[in-house]
Ligand binder design. Structure first.
Ligand SMILES: *Cc1c(COP(=O)(O)O)cnc(C)c1O
Length: 347
């Protein structure tokens, strides 16, 4: 089988959720953000595992994601949609009992016209200028919205992964100014905000990346391992070139393994010349360019030809890979793509 494996440790996801839950007070509900198919890991499996660990509320980005999650999870647990109520969403929101987080006066009008008695939440902009109502819009609508089926009022922090950033306190003060005394549950924090401490927790937190083992949750247990099968090995003589563009020329005789994953599997082409794979504790460098389906790896240091090499594992986590190409663990996870055989451990 040439299909690469993405091993997902569901007990590590559960452990990370419990640890983030323990980081906030007993009166704070810890929800879970499982948008983008649980950051690429499988929202149905991850959702079930988190529900078994005690999570009682989920957040996704789109109504379509919410409807798929509802089918997987059953009728009981609330599912919120960050993108709010978009044109055409009403049937999904109604049938899947989703809670759209209304982001603008236009979304309020749309929701009221289509589903006047259906629960909703409100997202406020406290300074990030991405999603949510501005202070004046909220002021005009708040009394009316809070008298209706409003279940949650939330905002989102722009710099929570930098604890000393002045923006955190600014957004906290603005969120307080907009929402103190409203009498409806409030939420400000994702993973980074949970770690900023109790001032940032309000009634509910909604971590995502920390559940999947990513920064800024430094204590997270690693969740993923990516193991890639070797298709063939060959001896390359000093002076021979390897791969597209002849970009690598062997400086000495080398043993190379050609393995079955490439940029179509989230091994970003920018990793060409930079990434190391692992066989147990032995590092094996990529040589030449990343192809769509293939990588060529220097396995000269191994006593025998390997069957598999690890891209992600004990020696290299999602953030280590991200650092090599100036991106973030979130992008590494969500880029892994559909071609892996996803194997769930400890479910
Ligand atoms: C993605 C997202 C989250 C989760 O963020 P993490 O940094 O992954 O914990 C929470 N809230 C909003 C609005 C989001 O878009």
């Amino acid at each position: 089988m040439a299909q690469a494996q993405l091993l997902i440790d569901l007990s590590a996801v559960q452990h990370n959720w419990r640890a983030l839950d323990a980081a906030s007070g007993a009166s704070v509900q810890t929800a879970a953000t499982i948008k983008a198919d649980a950051y690429g890991l499988g929202a149905d499996k991850v959702g079930h595992a988190l529900a078994r660990a005690g999570a009682r509320r989920f957040f996704v980005a789109l109504a379509e994601e919410g409807a798929a999650l509802r089918a997987a999870l059953g009728p009981d647990l609330p599912i919120h949609v960050y993108g709010g109520h978009m044109e055409g969403d009403a049937p999904l929101i109604a049938e899947a009992a989703l809670v759209p987080m209304l982001n603008s006066p236009a979304q309020v009008l749309r929701h009221r016209a289509a589903l006047p008695d259906h629960p909703f939440g409100v997202q406020l902009d406290s300074g990030m200028n991405r999603l949510g109502m501005e202070a004046d819009e909220w002021q005009a609508l708040a009394a009316d919205l809070l008298a209706g089926e409003c279940r949650l009022v939330m905002s989102h922090l722009a710099c929570a992964d930098e604890p000393d950033h002045a923006m955190n306190a600014r957004q906290l003060a603005e969120f307080r100014r907009m929402t103190d005394g409203i009498g409806v549950p409030r939420s400000l924090s994702a993973t980074g905000g949970v770690l900023l401490g109790p001032d940032y927790h309000f009634d509910m937190t909604r971590p995502g990346i920390g559940l999947y083992g990513g920064r800024p949750f430094a204590q997270a247990r690693p969740v993923v391992r990516v193991s890639i099968p070797v298709i063939q090995t060959r001896l390359v003589r000093a002076g021979e070139s390897v791969g597209y563009g002849n970009s690598f020329v062997a400086p000495r005789d080398m043993r190379l393994a050609t393995i079955s994953a490439g940029y179509a599997d989230g091994v970003h082409r920018a990793l060409s010349g930079k990434v190391t794979l692992w066989h147990g504790d032995t590092p094996c460098k990529l040589v030449g360019r990343v192809s769509m389906d293939l990588l060529t790896i220097d396995v000269s240091a191994l006593p025998d030809d390997p069957e598999m090499l690890d891209l992600l594992g004990p020696h290299q986590g999602v953030d280590d890979l991200a650092d090599l190409i100036d991106t973030i663990g979130y992008e590494i996870l969500t880029s892994l793509g559909p071609r892996y055989r996803r194997i769930y451990q400890n479910q």
